[in-house]
Design a protein around this ligand. Structure first.
Ligand SMILES: [Zn+2]
Length: 326
């Protein structure tokens, strides 16, 4: 019988729980509200309670969980199981693995949600059998998890994959990270909405409602109807994300880019097809001929499935290096 794992995807709004088998199939799922304002202690207590309730489910009556994994929306130190900084949760240095491990007597793993998503794509999603892939989330913000040479790539400073904060415009728009000209500030969901309000004339009349709550989907609908300013905006989104992808492919030599998040649901002809063309004609040739760009089949479940399977991707504390070259 296949081993069972529990994956927890902690988001700013909801926390998703899933019991997952080795093939990545979700056998049971639960969801609770995060209530981020409550602080880390209350949220961790809620997670413990929900896991206890999952353990009482008939599915787990004669079977045991092999591991628990948590994906978090921020910087995580996976070796120590600590959430270093998660701005949407208002968390700093939360020792998540240490809080859960003694309660459940089961190995507990913690990783940034984007890395968990990439791990899911690599193990059980579109990227099975590949050596390297990037799972890029195009949503309100823009993020990326990397699996390189068959391993989750964290980086020496634990900040690898800050794809949305690569600079694509010198002196460009201000970003939530405090810098300027980041990809996210030019092609993230908030940026698309901001630009729509700025660039599309008579937006109220076009939408037939108050345009202050214009959405990314509205912009793509107008672009599909060939509205010139909306079209210009979606074309600029392709250019900025395209630059980001070319940089990513040239640097990492990944074989696949898996796209997810709200913006990735844009009509194919307005996003995926022109992005593929942008990369094919602009990335380093040896890579551009081979790299595949696709939509994620796991979609919003990817972080939860990948979190459940983190036990296969995260090992114990790294040995400190005792020698320095200079
Ligand atoms: Zn930024």
């Amino acid at each position: 019988m296949t081993a069972l794992h529990l994956g927890v995807d902690i988001g700013g709004t909801n926390i998703k729980f899933g019991v997952v088998d080795e093939a990545g199939t979700i056998l049971l799922r639960r969801r609770t509200e995060t209530g981020a304002q409550r602080g880390s202690g209350a949220i961790v207590s809620s997670i413990v309670q929900e896991i206890e309730s999952v353990l009482k489910d008939p599915l787990l009556q004669n079977r045991k969980l092999e591991s628990i994994g948590l994906g978090v929306p921020g910087t995580a130190d996976s070796v120590r199981g600590v959430v270093v900084y998660a701005p949407n949760l208002f968390w700093r240095n939360v020792e998540l693995a240490a809080a859960l491990q003694p309660v459940f007597q089961t190995p507990v793993f913690v990783a940034q949600d984007t890395r968990a998503a990439a791990w899911a794509e690599y193990l059980v999603g579109e990227g099975r059998g590949l050596r390297g892939l990037a799972a890029v989330t195009l949503g309100t913000g823009i993020g990326c998890g990397l699996v390189l040479d068959g391993k989750i790539f964290h980086g020496a400073l634990n900040t690898a994959g800050e794809f949305g904060h690569q600079i694509v415009a010198i002196g460009g728009e201000a970003c939530n990270c405090g810098r300027c000209g980041c990809l996210e500030a030019h092609a993230g969901g908030l940026a698309i909405v901001r630009e729509a309000k700025k660039r599309i004339a008579a937006l109220d009349a076009l939408l037939d409602r108050d345009s202050s709550n214009v959405t990314v989907a509205d912009v793509y609908r107008l672009a599909e109807q060939n509205h010139p300013q909306a079209r210009e905006l979606t074309e600029s989104v392709v250019r900025f994300i395209g630059i980001g992808l070319v940089n990513l492919i040239n640097l990492t030599s990944v074989e696949m880019i898996c796209l997810s998040g709200g913006i990735s649901n844009a009509p194919r002809a307005l996003l995926l097809d022109p992005l593929v063309e942008f990369v094919r004609t602009r990335a380093y040739e040896a890579a551009s001929n081979s790299v595949r760009i696709c939509r994620s089949m796991l979609g919003e479940d990817a972080p939860m499935i990948g979190a459940a399977l983190l036990c296969h991707g995260i090992s114990g504390p790294a040995q400190p290096r005792t020698t320095r070259v200079n």
